[in-house]
Design a protein around this ligand. Structure first.
Ligand code: URA
Length: 260
């Protein structure tokens, strides 16, 4: 039989079976489906709950105690800067470009404490160089004080509560302030100025434990045994020029104290 004949013979046989009612093509030999059970793939076992990965345990460290020990071990200002820059427990460090420690004359009679670097300070690595810093320089100059003076009697030394810029210049939170406070206190002890000036609420929170600069400004208080004058922050004065009147009165008060 050639292949053409075989095709027509197979087809005729198939049509005959369809006519008889065959609906499914099956094999020559019967299939014992019960026997097949044994080799049936096992139903999937119920998925076992997967244990969640261990949650990283928050670092159980006392950042304030570590800061205190690091600060206490610093014998001079360069050593303090080194210890502070090496401190790894303040998250702000990760987002900052620069470590901003100080500017001006470390032997100055006046030490000014601000809040934290802003964008310009973060770029420059120096405190108070942006618009607020320029206003501060003009204010100091008006009473013949300045960070550029060599003479300690008219020079100022400037630092901040925090050496790293908070994101979007937000106000430092209490935990950040508390953790950096031992460094600030050591900074004041090592610089040993005759008077301190606190610019705005953040240094008041850090060193006096309270805020409310509008009520506190212009009145001398004691911080670590030093006469201390809270003043409006120059950034506040830029937003509220009317308050420059009080700031001027405070500068005159500072000057009178230095001359007295
Ligand atoms: N404001 C601060 O308090 N400190 C700076 O260094 C700059 C702006």
């Amino acid at each position: 039989m050639d292949s053409g004949q075989s095709y027509w013979a197979d087809r005729a046989a198939l049509e005959w079976q369809v006519e008889l009612g065959v609906t499914d093509a099956i094999q020559d030999a019967p299939v014992d489906r019960y026997a097949l059970e044994a080799v049936k793939p096992k139903p999937k076992e119920a998925a076992q709950p997967v244990a969640p990965p261990p949650v990283p345990v928050a670092e159980d460290v006392d950042a304030v105690a570590i800061a205190r020990a690091a600060a206490a071990g610093a014998a001079d200002l360069p050593a303090l800067a080194t210890a502070m820059e090496a401190f790894e427990h303040c998250e702000l460090k990760k987002g900052a470009r620069s470590f901003v420690f100080c500017d001006g004359q470390p032997t100055a009679r006046v030490m000014i404490v601000g809040e934290a670097p802003g964008r310009e300070e973060d770029r420059a690595g120096k405190p108070f160089v942006g618009r607020a810093g320029q206003l501060l320089d003009r204010m100091l100059d008006a009473v013949n004080l300045g960070r550029g003076h060599d003479d300690a009697a008219r020079a100022v030394y400037i630092t901040n509560v925090l050496p790293w810029r908070p994101p979007s210049n937000r106000t430092p939170d209490k935990a950040e302030i508390a953790m950096m406070l031992p460094f600030l206190e050591r900074h004041i002890a090592l610089a040993d100025p005759d008077v301190l000036v606190l610019m705005g609420n953040t240094p008041c929170q850090a060193l006096l434990g309270r805020t409310g600069i509008t009520r506190m400004r212009g009145a001398w208080v004691d911080v670590l045994g030093k006469p201390t004058l809270p003043m409006f922050h120059p950034a506040y004065l830029l937003r509220n020029p009317i308050a420059k009147r009080e700031a001027w009165a405070d500068l005159l008060e500072l000057n009178a104290r230095l001359r007295g």
